[in-house]
Design a protein around this ligand. Structure first.
Ligand code: SF4
Length: 258
């Protein structure tokens, strides 16, 4: 049998087994449970619902306060994290069903993640910081292969890669241009940085931040004057500000501003 068809059949069979197990469980409940046990189960479910409602309300308030005050304090850590893990996926699910703009929710997710990251001990020496860039920042007519090696850029000024390379040379951080999310994950796994400063669109950044949860990722959104994935750009001054905020050595952080 075809390999793909065989794996589909295995998953379908597993699903039948799981549904069958539930059918057996419900039959058991129907046969042996008394009205008193039903009432207890309902009481537990009611309490659980109230606890979840209170937790989500706390997460909502904490995220609101964090965005308004532009900082996450120690008391907000747990509810903000809960909001990122629980409320954001739900909000994305609902916007998907309603066919609304998901990038707004993703952008908020990235903003809150950045506040969350900046609330911790984030200053690192340059060699521990990785600057991750999407290849769509490069001018599409450029013939120099900067993917994988940004030093091949000739700083001709036709795209922002040249300015970013200057920033990289000044600060000593490692910068890598990648072709997509899979390549980004591979590079992070191979280099094992302690902090990632990443440029990407809302979708790629939100997915990347969720995927690389063990390493703090500070996100900067790209700009797309020519539509998605071609000749995109980034506010290099904003990128420099973000980099300065995570560099351990103040002289390096100041150098670019002098
Ligand atoms: S700045 Fe660098 S990457 Fe951009 S077009 Fe010029 S040589 Fe190519």
């Amino acid at each position: 049998m075809d390999k793909k068809l065989r794996s589909f059949m295995i998953y379908a069979f597993l699903l039948i087994l799981v549904i069958g197990a539930f059918a057996v469980l419900f039959s058991y409940v129907y046969r042996f449970f008394t009205i008193d046990i039903y009432n207890r189960i309902l009481t537990i479910l009611i309490i659980l619902s109230v606890v979840i409602m209170v937790a989500v309300a706390l997460a909502m308030l904490s995220i609101f306060a964090a965005v308004k005050s532009r900082k996450v304090n120690a008391l907000m850590f747990v509810p903000v994290r809960l909001g990122l893990k629980l409320v954001m996926p739900f909000a994305l699910f609902v916007t998907d069903i309603l066919k609304r703009d998901k990038d707004m929710i993703r952008s908020l997710f990235i903003d809150i993640n950045n506040l969350f990251v900046q609330a911790g001990d984030i200053r690192k020496s340059p060699e521990k910081i990785m600057l991750l860039l999407p290849h769509c920042l490069q001018n599409s007519e450029c013939t120099h292969k900067v993917t994988g090696n940004i030093n091949n850029c000739r700083k001709c000024g036709r795209c922002c890669i040249g300015d970013i390379l200057r920033m990289v040379e000044e600060t000593g951080v490692k910068a890598i241009i990648v072709t997509g999310g899979t390549a980004a994950r591979k590079v992070i796994a191979g280099e094992n940085p302690e902090m990632v400063l990443s440029v990407a669109c809302e979708r790629d950044l939100a997915i990347g931040i969720s995927d690389v949860s063990r390493i703090p990722v500070l996100g900067v959104l790209n700009q797309r004057p020519n539509g998605p994935c071609i000749n995109t750009t980034v506010d290099v001054r904003l990128l420099r500000e973000k980099l300065d905020s995570i560099l351990l050595v103040p002289e390096i952080a100041r150098k670019g501003k002098d």
